[in-house]
Design a protein around this ligand. Structure first.
Ligand code: GFB
Length: 313
């Protein structure tokens, strides 16, 4: 099938994942990529979303629109993380089902799995144990989206897919130190410490948790692969298959930015899930592999930070 002639709506196209998705679909030859800014289409507004789907008639949808954030933001704003994500995904899934979308790709997160799931985490670990409290609200919203997509598949025969990305980073990332994820936060802290000649950077938590990091361009490539090669409502993990401790990550960032100061660990901050390495064998068996290694990815993320975020020297 020639997917590239289909009208594909990328919800959340300005975010890190959404912009990577538009880049990947463009290079992949898709000629009808639909996007709407928040001012043009408020995804929280059910009637507006339905009117858009009725008029634009997208044939494919990638839902990269979400309220996202790191451990501190998730822990501080559970109402907004739950309500905004549940509302946006419900509006998109319902309109897609009612206005004939052929294929919908919903994006979940690795935080949907139990805090102490056996590692690496298989897709069938979902709902087998208690969630990590710091991001429970986001996780429950995402689990709701997964289940709604699966209910539409079972009850109405819709081809609605769900991919579970691991921790992501890349161009367009959020570098605000209060709401960002760990990798952009460490890049910013290390950069500013080097510029200011500070003797140390503060790393939240113990440094012992382990995290897996996937570049946003690799996720976008995996999403395009799933759109074109996968039809099942069963969830699919998307990751690189290896993880590092937060201490090792900080050391990689210091090395990449040539910063020689000390790492100070602030144990008053939460560690969150001790580990969430995804079992990515289902996706690799389907024929997909990531391409961007962590060291290369940190270097390109830092370059983007310097060009778009860092204060002019
Ligand atoms: O990336 P992060 O905020 O979220 O934190 P999660 C990962 C680990 O890095 C935690 C530590 O153990 C943090 O304590 N860390 C160290 C830092 N220094 C920092 C720092 O300066 N900033 C931040 N943010 N962390 C996210 C969920 O969990 O995983 C999201 O909150 C999403 O909703 C994402 O699911 C995939 O990896 O713990």
């Amino acid at each position: 099938m020639d997917w590239t002639n289909k009208r594909v709506f990328v919800a959340g196209h300005r975010g890190m994942v959404g912009s990577a998705m538009v880049r990947r679909l463009t290079t992949g030859g898709y000629t009808h990529i639909l996007t709407r800014t928040r001012a043009e289409l408020d995804l929280m507004d059910r009637a507006a979303v339905r009117e858009f789907f009725e008029c634009a008639r997208p044939q494919l949808v990638v839902d990269a629109a979400a309220r996202v954030g790191g451990i501190a933001a998730n822990h501080s704003f559970p109402v907004e993380f739950f309500l905004q994500n549940a509302t946006i995904q419900n509006n998109l899934l319902e309109a897609a089902a009612d206005f004939g979308v052929e294929k919908f790709l919903f994006l979940g997160s690795s935080c949907i799995y139990p805090k102490l799931a056996p590692q690496p985490i298989r897709e069938d670990a979902l709902l087998t144990g208690p969630l990590e409290p710091t991001n429970e609200a986001y996780a429950l919203a995402k689990i709701g989206g997964i289940r709604l997509a699966q209910y539409y598949a079972r009850q109405y025969g819709r081809t609605f897919l769900s991919a579970m990305p691991t921790n992501l980073y890349g161009p367009g990332d959020n570098y605000d130190l209060q709401s960002s994820h760990v990798l952009p936060a460490l890049i910013r802290k290390t950069h500013e410490a080097r510029v200011a000649g500070l003797p140390e950077i503060v790393v939240w938590g113990s440094g012992t948790p382990r995290r897996e990091f996937l570049h946003a361009d690799d996720l976008a490539d995996a999403c395009a692969f799933l759109l074109e090669h996968y039809d099942s409502p069963e969830i699919v993990n998307v990751g690189c298959g290896e993880d590092v401790t937060i201490r090792e990550l900080a050391e990689h960032v210091c090395e990449a930015l040539d910063y020689r100061g000390e790492l100070v660990f602030d144990r008053s901050k939460p560690d969150g899930t001790p580990r969430k390495l995804l079992d990515v064998s289902k996706l690799t068996r389907l024929g997909w592999q990531p391409r961007i290694g962590l060291r290369e990815g940190i270097a390109t993320a830092y370059q983007w930070f310097c060009e778009h975020v860092a204060e002019a020297p």
